[in-house]
Design a protein around this ligand. Structure first.
Ligand SMILES: NC(=O)c1ccc[n+]([C@@H]2O[C@H](COP(=O)([O-])OP(=O)(O)OC[C@H]3O[C@@H](n4cnc5c(N)ncnc54)[C@H](OP(=O)(O)O)[C@@H]3O)[C@@H](O)[C@H]2O)c1
Length: 309
């Protein structure tokens, strides 16, 4: 019985838009055993065994349609684009193009197939004034990245009957060697003895990538539709504090980590701290996601982190 169940599940196709990225690769690795996985890349042609990689630049609508009809997915997971606030402020047109326009394109060209459409959003959709945001709290993005996400969320909500939106706090985990994650950048700089500047005026409850991937799996398996979920961890801190904790935990020199100037002001180091933390109790209760403290996440990462060269 188990074998036929597995065969049935494997006949389900999942298309990951942004499959060559940090999040996309983790999703592909987790889903490939149970689903027929198609993953798109733009510049980085990654190789993931058991996964069909397809080139896709989101501005090419005709090609996007061909990709969707080639894969004929029951599930589309939209995880394209950078999560960097700094990069987004300098590339606002590209941000709108990927997080809003690209999501709209993929939703439109897959309309007839009515796939389960999972859109990965983030905590910058909120204003950062009070933190601990719930799914139904008022969204008021102030950053270019947050505005791009809001555009994507609004489009998907208005057009798709089968959507699930997941808003994630910044994620920690290993990258795939092409798109370095925050921890990759930290580890590489620290192991070379290089100084690294990290923002110290935004609070986030950083989440382990594995938990986010598990949440996506449960959303797929439960068939959860027209729902928004939050994801993060139990420990709230700034990027700078995360960097110091990482260095101390993994035996690097924490003095190499320096609190950076405010991201949007050229004047002050000491500015009001903003709190973008997400309350993810709904995902814990309804989808049984395990909440983790930072130390627990580090323990899990410890098994995988490459020792410094
Ligand atoms: N990382 C986090 O902490 C985090 C947290 C919350 C939400 N998210 C969201 O998750 C998504 C992925 O984040 P990530 O950290 O995995 O980013 P990433 O590592 O930079 O990966 C971005 C992916 O998008 C693709 N891409 C970029 N521009 C594209 C374009 N014009 N056309 C088609 N594909 C394009 C990239 O392809 P190539 O690499 O092949 O060029 C790559 O597959 C983003 O939407 C982000 O906002 C991430």
């Amino acid at each position: 019985m188990k074998a036929s169940g597995e065969a049935l599940a494997k006949s389900k196709a999942v298309l990951i838009i942004g499959g060559s990225g940090f999040v996309g690769t983790h999703l592909a690795l987790r889903l490939r055993d149970n689903y027929k996985v198609f993953a798109t890349y733009n510049h980085n042609r990654v190789q993931i065994r058991g996964v069909t990689l397809i080139p896709l630049a989101l501005h090419n609508r005709d090609w996007a349609k061909r990709v969707v009809y080639l894969a004929r997915p029951e599930v589309i997971i939209y995880v394209a684009g950078s999560n960097s606030v700094e990069w987004s402020e300098a590339n606002s047109r590209e941000v709108e193009h990927i997080h809003t326009g690209g999501a709209a394109t993929i939703s439109n060209v897959s309309d007839i197939l009515q796939p389960h459409f999972i859109y990965l959003s983030n905590s910058y959709i909120f204003d950062g004034v009070r933190g601990n945001y719930h799914e139904n709290d008022i969204v008021l993005p102030t950053t270019t990245l947050g505005k791009g996400k809001l555009g994507g969320e609004n489009f998907i909500r208005s057009k798709s009957l089968t959507y699930a939106i997941i808003r994630s706090s910044p994620l920690i985990g290993r990258g795939n060697g092409y798109n370095p994650s925050l921890l990759d950048r930290l580890r590489i700089a620290l192991s070379r003895g290089e100084r690294i500047d990290l923002p110290n005026e935004e609070l986030h409850n950083f989440g382990l990538i594995d938990g986010l991937v598990e949440l996506v799996v449960r959303v797929i398996e439960s068939g959860s539709r027209k729902k928004t979920y939050h994801y993060g961890g139990l420990t709230k801190m700034t990027h700078y504090e995360l960097g110091v904790a990482f260095a101390e935990r993994f035996g690097f020199n924490s003095k190499l980590i320096v609190p950076a100037r405010n991201r949007f002001s050229s004047t002050a180091i000491e500015t009001a701290v903003q709190d973008y933390s997400l309350n993810f109790s709904q995902a814990v209760e309804s989808l049984k996601i395990e909440p983790l403290f930072l130390e627990q996440s580090f323990d899990l990462l410890d098994k995988n982190l490459v020792p410094s060269p």
